[in-house]
Design a protein around this ligand. Structure first.
Ligand SMILES: Cc1cc2nc3c(=O)[nH]c(=O)nc-3n(C[C@H](O)[C@H](O)[C@H](O)COP(=O)(O)OP(=O)(O)OC[C@H]3O[C@@H](n4cnc5c(N)ncnc54)[C@H](O)[C@@H]3O)c2cc1C
Length: 471
């Protein structure tokens, strides 16, 4: 990275003389920090291209002049992939590439530019009588290009898969400025290596995504339920039972802890909670179908059966849209409550589902050995084996007082994840925050192949330098 040119006013002058259209400016306030407010962007200038051709021209200049490019979509990434923390690359915001290219009513495939905000992709799909199921709490700001670059997950992965599973085609600009056009959207295509799926999840280090062909699905009517349970073990038992009964109609299965509920209350984000019994754990579930009336009775009978078996305690099932939204609001507000309380360390991890309960118990025990007053708020997409395992200071203390424990806690959690054959990044990616951990916990041959691929795609290391790899 050190031999890349800093993007200063002289480089901007060259770019402005080469590419017309009022594209370049100094960095506006909104690009200066990442969502958790830990890191400041070291880039001084931003480019806001309007077309894939503009992107191509900018990257051609980066390649010939030798400066770095950091792709930026909604800026909601949680591993600091979208802002530079050293050097002075050009921030490349995709926000103006936000047009609908096409919708095919027969296949249900929607083609959009990469800067379209996720909630807009969802809204357009609804207008066509379909649904685009990728669902994240950040959907009002994140963009489809960012979702694909990070292979985002969210709450409906259980049924529909992650961003990669929802994408049938990609258009991207490569490190030499050439356009890779694979928007054909074929369900079956075994003609050689799968370049599309290499670009998805590459966090802007192999190419800049400019458009995508996405799968949409028939709209479903959905029902949510909140149940109380005694332990994560029961969550796994409940998941196994419901999965065998409900199979494809089970859309979400989210573990929530009483600490998460307490955080909602103390931050004032949400005071009421529909469950009366004092339990340490809860599960938020969702089922959906185009034919909901039959499913509703069956879903309720499954939950009562689980109650008779002693797996769940109290059960609340949404009876209308208002109650459905209210149950989901609890889950959706937890990341914001966490942000307001301020975590000492955050972990987005995945584990074999059979090991989840054991892991939670062991990790809490080990962390309390490091500092016996911290609080753990563990929640997440248990149906996908994905936990957000976050550690907070005790009530009344600030995270600053516990900063010295952060590294030790992260190391402990990651090494346990490794011991349990899990992954140190389930859905957020590697970015700049987890590159040391990737190096430490990755299978060596995987890392070696990743480096070779990076070198083939981007030999001058101009695409998102400093992200994923330790240079
Ligand atoms: C409140 C909150 C809740 C969240 N919930 C979830 C969740 O449930 N599941 C989940 O997976 N994530 C979640 N996230 C993380 C985040 O929203 C996702 O990672 C999202 O996919 C990032 O999209 P973005 O448009 O904001 O991308 P950015 O943050 O702008 O970029 C993310 C990465 O992608 C690269 N990139 C961006 N655009 C492109 C492009 N067009 N071409 C190539 N590379 C590009 C960037 O360089 C960066 O490395 C959450 C974040 C917040 C703040």
């Amino acid at each position: 990275m050190s031999d890349l040119q800093p993007v200063d006013s002289k480089i901007i002058e060259i770019l402005e003389n080469t590419i017309s259209g009022d594209i370049f400016s100094s960095l506006d306030e909104k690009y200066k920090m990442e969502p958790r407010g830990k890191f400041h962007n070291t880039a001084k200038f931003v480019a806001k291209p309007r077309t894939a051709k503009d992107v191509s021209e900018i990257i051609k200049c980066a390649n010939s002049l030798g400066f770095g490019i950091v792709p930026y979509s909604g800026g909601s990434g949680l591993v600091c992939g979208q802002i530079s923390t050293s050097g002075q690359p050009l921030l490349l915001s995709l926000e103006r590439l936000n047009k609908l290219r096409d919708f095919d009513p027969i296949s249900g495939i929607i083609k959009v530019e990469s800067g379209m905000i996720l909630s807009e992709v969802k809204r357009l799909s609804q207008n066509y009588g379909r649904q685009f199921p990728l669902t994240l709490a950040s959907q009002g700001s994140c963009m489809i290009g960012g979702n694909l670059a990070t292979n985002a997950g969210g709450v409906n992965v259980l049924k529909y898969g992650s961003a990669r599973d929802l994408c049938l085609g990609i258009e991207a600009v490569l490190a030499d400025g050439k356009l890779f056009n694979d928007l054909k959207a074929l369900k079956k295509d075994n003609s050689g290596y799968d370049i599309r799926n290499l670009l998805i999840g590459s966090e802007g280090t192999l190419g800049v995504i400019t458009a995508a062909s996405l799968k949409t699905f028939p709209k479903t009517n959905n029902i949510a339920a909140m149940v109380s349970i005694r332990s994560p073990n029961e969550a796994v038992e409940l998941y196994s039972f419901l999965n065998s009964r409900l199979e494809f109609s089970l859309q979400a299965f989210e573990l929530i802890s009483s600490t998460g509920i307490e955080f909602l209350s103390v931050t004032g984000l949400r005071k009421s909670f529909p469950i009366n019994s004092k339990r340490d754990w809860f599960v938020l579930l969702e089922v959906g179908s185009t034919e909901i009336s039959l499913l509703k009775d069956f879903f309720e009978s499954c939950l009562y059966e689980a109650n008779e078996k002693g797996v769940v305690d109290e059960i609340v099932v949404s009876q209308n849209e208002r109650q459905y939204d209210s149950l989901w609001e609890i889950r959706e507000l937890i990341p914001e409550a966490n942000r307001l309380i301020g975590a000492i360390s955050n972990h987005d991890i995945s584990l074999p589902i059979t090991k989840i309960a054991e892991f939670i118990g062991k990790a809490e025990e080990e962390i309390l050995r490091i500092s016996n007053s911290v609080r753990v708020n563990c929640f997440g997409h248990v149906g996908d084996g994905n936990l957000h395992f976050n550690v907070f200071p005790p009530n009344g203390s600030s995270k600053k007082e516990f900063d010295s424990f952060s590294e030790k806690i992260t190391e402990k959690v990651n090494s346990l994840v490794f011991d349990y054959n899990g992954s140190i990044s389930a859905e957020h990616g590697i970015g700049r925050l987890k590159k040391d951990d990737l190096c430490k916990y990755s299978e060596p041959m995987k890392l070696e192949l990743m480096k070779r691929i990076k070198n083939t795609f981007d030999p001058k290391n101009i695409l998102n330098p400093g992200s994923i790899f330790i240079n």
